[in-house]
Design a binder for this molecule. Structure first.
Ligand code: FAD
Length: 466
């Protein structure tokens, strides 16, 4: 057992918390979305929370932790869904929320500390020069910039810009290694893939440079359809109208909207499916014209309501907020993450909707994927047993729709991030004792891990870039 009294002394001058209730609170994320992870991770807790304010304090903390052989799990807003920020082996949770300054804003890019909340970053860049992040997670009000990079994949804006996996959507990262004498690495271009969506297993991000896009007062729009597949076809067709500037396109099947979007209920029609949109103000006239042509029933426009007080933003109906709203009403719900590879993505959705009926309720997110429009999905699942969930996953995969399994806490089983020999070599170099977020990378714990499983990964292995 490490001598935490001694460690505290060595960390003198850096904020440290050891109150067990507060430590436990900061040792969890949104793992409970999954009934499987809930059972596995409920008792996970750290021993100390350390909250550095500067890169120098990060370096000091890692040096002390390394000397004592204590695990360190970085944490931003703690909004990850797969226990990414949960310290499986105890030790220190490194809370980065106090490193939250913007350092520089330039045309098209921003340099910031890791713990800035992404909505706050957007607020400051918009006020400074009418710019905002190209895309943000729907948790933008509580998620941090580095937490998004290390734990997320894409989100609101991905319809135009793609995701974090795409070259150019992160510009540069400063990363501190976990060694006797921690080093500071500057990563750019292909090297960024080592750290993006790696759950903080190979370095602590202390500075981020991100590209920016022009900011707009995006208009929230909800369009109803009696038939869900009409909603999907409309969304697909709309995303191919090149002139209409969109930030969010999410078809969501009945009964989700009427049953779970309680604040929007006055505008919704029971039994209708919807397409949730964010549209640039100057694109509203063409959007309305196109929706009318496609027989859409415009139920809600944020530019036509008297006040948005108490009404969530459109993005808080989409991405994993759809799941959150359902869970608030029906705790028996869980979800999956599905990819519907194009160009026949609409047909694939139709087929799976027919197969599952009300057991798996469709929710899609349209995104630009390798230059083409496709959809991914976060369907709600009426959960019965783990075996049935596995069957549902298999049926999707048998129908050509890969699943990124949100009921697994390891990088490899989650399926978004491929670890390979290059990734593993980088971890050996940056974290030789395996102290950073232990337990999250199977390839580290199991030297016989099969890198060539043939699985499809959202963030492909590094060898593919060499
Ligand atoms: P945390 O949960 O604190 O951490 C995430 C991972 O990053 C952890 O592994 C942690 O160890 C690591 N990490 C944190 N800081 C650092 C650092 N400085 N250096 C190295 N590693 C670090 N995700 C999306 O991609 N898109 C969405 O639209 C989206 N919507 C969501 C909606 C809901 C309701 C919920 C609950 C989750 C959603 N998520 C989404 C998942 C999550 O909110 C995002 O990925 C978010 O950006 C994570 O940021 P965070 O600061 O909360 O990170």
């Amino acid at each position: 057992m490490p001598d935490y009294q001694q460690i505290r002394q060595e960390l003198e001058g850096i904020a440290v918390e050891d109150n067990p209730a507060l430590v436990k609170q900061k040792s969890r994320d949104f793992y409970w979305y999954s009934p499987i992870l809930k059972a596995q991770l409920d008792n996970v807790t750290a021993d100390l929370i350390v909250s550095p304010k500067t890169e120098e304090e990060v370096i000091r903390t890692l040096k002390v932790a390394y000397a004592h052989g204590v695990p360190v799990t970085p944490r931003g807003g703690g909004t990850g869904n797969y226990g990414q920020a949960m310290p499986l082996s105890g030790g220190i949770v490194l809370n980065l929320l106090n490193m939250n300054r913007i350092k520089e804003i330039h045309p098209g890019r921003v340099i910031a500390e890791p713990g800035i909340i992404t909505a706050e970053l957007d607020r400051q860049t918009k006020a400074h020069s009418g710019q905002e992040l190209r895309f943000h997670p729907s948790t933008t009000g509580t998620a941090t910039l580095a937490g998004f990079i290390a734990g997320g994949s894409g989100g609101v804006g991905s319809i135009t810009w793609g995701g974090l996996r795409d070259l150019g959507n992160i510009l540069r990262l400063r990363v501190v290694t976990m060694e006797a004498e921690p080093r500071v690495l500057e990563l750019s271009a292909w090297d960024l893939q080592k750290v993006s969506h790696a759950y903080g297993t190979n370095g602590i991000i202390t500075e981020v440079e991100m590209p920016l896009a022009p900011a707009y007062d995006w208009v929230d729009v909800v369009i109803g359809y009696d038939d869900y597949m009409d909603a999907v076809r409309f969304a697909d067709a709309l995303t191919h109208r090149n002139g209409i500037l969109l930030k969010e396109v999410a078809p969501i099947s009945a009964p989700i909207p009427y049953e779970y979007f309680t604040r929007h209920k006055p505008w919704l029609k029971e039994g209708q499916s919807v397409v949730v949109l964010m549209v640039a103000p100057h694109s509203m006239a063409p959007l309305v014209a196109y929706a009318e042509k496609m027989k859409g029933d415009i139920r809600f426009r944020s530019d036509k309501v008297e006040s948005m007080k108490g009404i969530p933003h459109a993005y808080e109906l989409a991405w994993n907020h759809t799941t959150l709203r359902a869970l608030k009403v029906d705790p028996g719900i869980t979800y999956l993450q599905v990819q519907y590879p194009g160009p026949d993505h609409v047909e694939k959705v139709g087929k799976l909707v027919k197969i599952f009926g009300d057991e798996v309720i469709s929710h899609l997110e349209f995104i630009k994927f390798d230059g083409a429009i496709q959809c991914s999905g976060l369907p709600l699942v009426r959960y019965t047993t783990e075996e049935r969930l596995e069957e549902i996953i298999k049926i999707h995969e048998d129908n050509g729709c890969p699943i990124f399994n949100p009921h697994r806490y390891t990088l490899e089983e989650g399926g978004m991030k491929q670890t390979d020999t290059v990734q593993l070599a980088f971890k050996k170099e940056t974290d030789p004792k395996g102290l950073l977020n232990p337990g999250k990378m199977i390839a580290w714990d199991n030297p016989d891990f099969d890198f060539k499983s043939g699985k499809n990964y959202l963030f492909p292995g590094l060898q593919s870039f060499m």
